[in-house]
Design a protein around this ligand. Structure first.
Ligand code: PFF
Length: 461
């Protein structure tokens, strides 16, 4: 029925797939984006909605993406077309793949800029720039850096080159090896940071902030907050744009999709919560503002590292690991378009990776300029970088998610999804099918329409 292998290669084991997919999921979204977004929406209520979204929407959609990818065994564009045609459905389903490519370019462009910040911070930490720094000085250092387009440009370029290099080589040989120890190392270092933050900062206040939901804090921003929590779930789990789909296309048929998914989603969530617990104690102990935006970790962590004995070393190590986490994510953002260029244009992998990377790099220049020289240009109060971030996480990825759910729940025959999910018509399978057919598409659509204010416009809210 389906091809048993992909022309692009295969993961050597199920563990390799889990590591690669977890590498894709765990990245700046967990350590940078989750804490500052939770901070912008007041903490606990946001976190609770986020966890619900991961469980009820994220996990079923991740399973759907992996199984679609594995059944198609090609780039998302070609996979969608092949599978749709096989069921006698319109080839226009491939548009879902195209939408994913667009999301991928937009995400990679700003992702690389932020990953560039982490690279710059490795150098600062190692050079002792954090030693004895206070909140005001840390903020001044960050503002000075972000206001400097040449520096941002240089680091953005370095990171994009790193990404292209790995994708050009093929995922299995390069990354499969390195994620094996980088991910556990990041995890251990985050734990060290949580312990430190608990000792030097205000862990109680942080835990209350993150885990005691106070819906009153959302007030009239509830719709927007819920949309952002859902968008954060899509972004953090790498869903809705074909990254996990293309990784699924390299997965052997005998590997369990459900078990892999639960492991990937659980570690991703744990890392996000640990990042929150490492950062908020310092925020509260130093009187910083939780809702201060994208600079949050770049302002708080240096203060912590500046106080810790050996902080220059720990700080450098932490930011190195964050670079690696970002790196294992950025390659997965580039992979769908590269697979498509190889399949449809007959390009070599190297050429495809360079072309894809250059496109995202050019867009990234606009993102980094929006932080300084072009800061006057805004749409709906957002500069280019913020706009790309908002558009992808909160609109394009959820839209992609709805379509993936509809495709897996309504277009693919029951027998096909059952076959991919282990072949036994268990309670677990039926739960998945219920979630993917009804709950996920309806919930995502409601949150999306409500969050963008459509119900208000037509007078329903
Ligand atoms: N999940 C990544 C993170 O949390 O940093 C970001 C990401 C990777 C988003 C891949 C989307 C994607 F397709």
């Amino acid at each position: 029925m389906s091809a048993t292998t992909s022309i692009h290669g295969m993961w050597s084991t199920r563990l390799a797939f889990i590591l690669a997919a977890a590498g894709s999921a765990i990245g700046l979204g967990n350590v940078w984006r989750f804490p500052y977004t939770a901070g912008e929406y007041g903490g606990g209520a946001f976190v609770l909605v986020y966890l619900l979204c991961v469980a009820a929407i994220g996990i079923p959609i991740m399973m759907a993406e992996i199984l679609i990818g594995r059944r198609g065994r090609q780039s998302p564009i070609n996979t969608m077309r092949t599978l749709a045609e096989r069921e006698g459905k319109p080839a226009a389903w491939s548009l879902l793949g195209w939408m994913g490519i667009l999301s991928g370019f937009l995400i990679l462009s700003f992702y690389s800029v932020i990953a560039g910040w982490t690279l710059a911070y490795v150098v600062r930490a190692a050079g002792g720039a954090f030693t004895g720094i206070d909140a005001a000085a840390s903020k001044a250092m960050f503002d000075g850096f972000v206001g400097n387009p040449e520096a941002l440009f240089a680091w953005h370029t370095v990171f994009m080159v790193l990404t292209v290099m790995v994708v050009a080589r093929g995922v299995a040989s390069g990354l499969e090896q390195s994620v094996k120890w980088m991910m556990p190392a990041l995890f251990v270092l985050l734990l060290v940071m949580v312990v430190y933050a608990g000792w030097a900062g205000d862990l109680g206040a942080a835990a209350r902030y993150l885990f005691a939901p106070d819906f009153a804090r959302l007030q009239d921003k509830a719709g927007e907050a819920i949309l952002s929590a859902m968008g954060q779930a899509f972004f953090s789990l790498s869903l809705g744009m074909g990254a996990i789909m293309v990784y699924g296309s390299y997965l052997r048929h005998d590997a369990s999709i459900a078990r892999s998914t639960v492991m990937i989603a659980a570690t991703d969530t744990l890392v996000a919560l640990l990042a929150g617990l490492a950062i908020f104690p310092m925020v509260f102990a130093h009187g910083l503002e939780p809702g201060s935006g994208p600079g949050l970790i770049f302002v708080t962590l240096p203060i912590a590292f500046g106080e810790i004995p050996g902080g220059s070393l720990f700080g450098a190590l932490f930011f190195v690991l964050l670079v690696f986490a970002a790196w294992t994510s950025s390659i997965s953002i580039l992979e769908p378009v590269v697979a498509w260029l190889v399949e449809n244009r007959g390009f070599s992998r190297v050429r495809a990776a360079i072309i894809g990377g250059t496109g995202a790099w050019l867009l990234g220049i606009a993102c980094l300029l929006s932080l300084n020289l072009w800061s006057g240009y805004t749409v709906a109060g957002k500069g280019i970088l913020d706009l790309f971030d908002y558009l992808t996480a909160n609109i394009l990825l959820p839209l992609g998610g709805i379509l993936i759910a509809i495709f897996a729940g309504w277009v693919l025959p029951r027998a096909a999804t059952l076959d991919e999910l282990g072949g036994t018509d268990s309670a677990g399978y039926r739960l998945w099918r219920f979630l993917i057919r009804y709950v996920a598409p309806a919930a995502v659509a409601l949150v999306l329409l409500n969050g963008v204010g459509l119900f208000k416009v037509i007078g329903l809210a």
